[in-house]
Design a protein around this ligand. Sequence first.
Ligand code: GAR
Length: 194
Amino acid sequence: MLSVVVLISGSGSNLLALLKASENPLYPAKIVAVGSDKDAPGLEHAELYDVDTFIVEPERFSSKQAWAEKLLANVQHHQPDLVVLAGFMRILPADFVAALRGKLINTHPSLLPDFKGAHAVRDALAAGATTTGVTIHFVDEGVDTGEIIVQSKLDILPQESEHALHERIKEIERSLLVRTIEEFAIKQKDLAKA
Ligand code: GAR
């Protein structure tokens, strides 16, 4: 069973999809903890599923480095095989990324390398894009630059609002994330057997 820690900052609909999937005993991953940089609404999902939560707020630390060390310590405490950034809206410093290399993934609402950063949906609309999508990728030291695992494309509708488009993206994103983690778990199991 793959142990997963999920980090969120927002409503946690991707997290909820993972929690629901892992209720199925045949799903090969288990969410062991959910962390956030704030008292995010999505933490409630974890509480409803009796999953441990932790909050590490940057404002309480004298430096970004000190914050990230504490966040990492909380993550490592749960000894995860995989750490998933599911709407976690902070950039993580290089030491954090290095400590979790190969087991830190992010889901992003655009077809990377297009529209990196915190406002990917807004930026795609502002650029007049006619298609966008979702990317799930390994996290490296850059912002949304790590190796791409999987992408899914969707057409932008005429006059579509940022909210409506983001909701349609998230619908695709949730199932893609559930499937990608399932595949990651199966691969890890095969590697362990080899
Ligand atoms: C998701 O669309 C995720 O891709 C995005 O935040 C949303 C979180 O939704 N992440 C980023 O934009 C990171 N750059 P959720 O809280 O409902 O899962």
